[in-house]
Design a protein around this ligand. Structure first.
Ligand code: PLP
Length: 369
């Protein structure tokens, strides 16, 4: 195996899941597993969540749902993304729950289900202010009315998504929640049973308990990372992922000798440098060049010069390291830690992208299972 790998702690994921369960109270929990389970590996994480008793699973795309079914996952799977008409038979064949974001798509689902002689499991999607996917809250009655007329469709849920639940000011999120509550009065007014209602992502799970409703959809929090620094740290979770490599080469660079492409950095005195076999081709952002640090022997050391596709240089200055010593790019070593938020700040992005950017060529190793 490559010296560069990602270590995922299944025991930490389990602890995070139970902390989330507790915070969710009576609401059910739908772990979100899109984008290779936020870089943690789709199938091992899905199997682990199923064993832990996750009520449902959420993914972005049909293909991810099919992968779960092919791996023998039986838990209900909601595909959160939009659907193309020709995909509907595949949803039905693999017993995946569809998202209906408009009357038109809902009718397509109903027709395709009739043609296939099956019932489709559907969640209605209401747009309360994200302006991404869903029937606007102010015309939602049309979608709910239409759903009552579908013969081949089981409306198993109704949901919306927050645009600003990770902000310090939650007034916008509260307004979205009110709009969603308003839409849901449709069922009471007609004395109809309300389908499973859900809206809370990680940020709302932690910061807006009144949004938990019947089910919560935690993504990043499950992996032990908070969505933003503004989000209140109310749920005790820990990062489950450590990104490791090993020292591959050691040398002394003379004062003034430019290092790596473009020679953007040179030591001021003769310095010890190591080469680490990981680069932007693995998803270690090139924007971190001359900015980030890594952990070696429990100490922080700076990344110097441009990060290459497959290799990165680290300045030990006068410290010592040997070939084969562990290098931590993200995660904990001894008493030091590098967080996804730290790398995100340095690269000008968010922790989500730091995690999902770790390329599939980096092997995932599972521990604590
Ligand atoms: C990605 C996603 C989530 C999870 O978001 P986190 O911020 O990672 O918790 C929940 N719901 C929908 C619709 C999503 O697309």
């Amino acid at each position: 195996m490559r010296p560069t790998h990602v270590e995922v702690r299944l025991d930490v994921l389990a602890a995070n899941f139970s902390a989330i369960r507790e915070a969710a109270g009576s609401a059910r929990v739908m772990p979100i597993l899109k984008a290779n389970a936020y870089g943690h590996g789709l199938l091992p994480v899905a199997q682990h969540m199923e064993r832990l008793g996750a009520d449902e699973l959420g993914v972005a795309f049909l293909e991810e749902g099919i992968q779960l079914r092919r791996a023998g996952i039986h838990t209900p799977v909601l595909v959160l993304g939009s659907i193309a008409g020709e995909q509907i038979p595949l949803f039905l064949q693999h017993d995946l729950t569809l998202t209906a974001p408009s009357v038109e798509k809902l009718r397509l689902i109903d027709e395709a289900a009739a043609a296939a002689g099956r019932r489709a499991r559907v969640h209605l999607k209401i747009d309360t202010g994200m302006e991404r996917l869903g029937q606007h809250w102010y015309t939602a009655d049309q979608l709910l009315e239409a759903s009552l007329k579908c013969r081949q469709v089981e409306i198993a849920g109704i949901y919306s998504h927050f645009a600003n639940a990770d902000a310090a000011d939650l007034s916008d999120a509260r307004r979205q929640l009110e709009r969603f509550q308003e839409v849901l009065t449709f069922y009471e007014k007609r004395s109809l049973p309300t389908p499973t209602r859900h809206m809370a992502n990680s940020a709302a799970l932690a910061g807006l308990p009144e949004s938990h409703l019947d089910l919560v959809r935690p993504g990043i929090l499950l992996y032990g990372v908070y969505p933003s620094p503004e989000c209140p740290r109310r749920i005790a979770v820990r990062p489950a992922l450590t990104w490791k490599s090993k020292v591959a080469y050691f040398k002394v660079v003379r004062a003034g000798s430019g290092v790596s492409y473009g020679s953007t950095w040179a030591p001021q005195r003769d310095s010890r440098l190591v080469t680490v076999p990981v680069g932007y081709g693995d998803g270690y952002f090139r924007a971190l060049s001359n900015h980030s640090q890594v952990l070696i022997r429990g100490q922080r050391h700076p990344v110097v010069g441009r990060i290459c596709m497959d290799q990165t240089l680290v300045n030990l200055d006068q410290a010592t390291a040997y070939n084969g010593d562990e290098v931590v790019l993200l995660g904990t070593q001894d008493d030091e830690a590098i967080s996804a938020q730290e790398l995100a700040d340095l690269a000008g992005t968010i922790p989500y992208e730091i995690l999902t950017n770790i390329n599939t060529r980096v092997p995932r190793v599972y521990r604590g299972g």
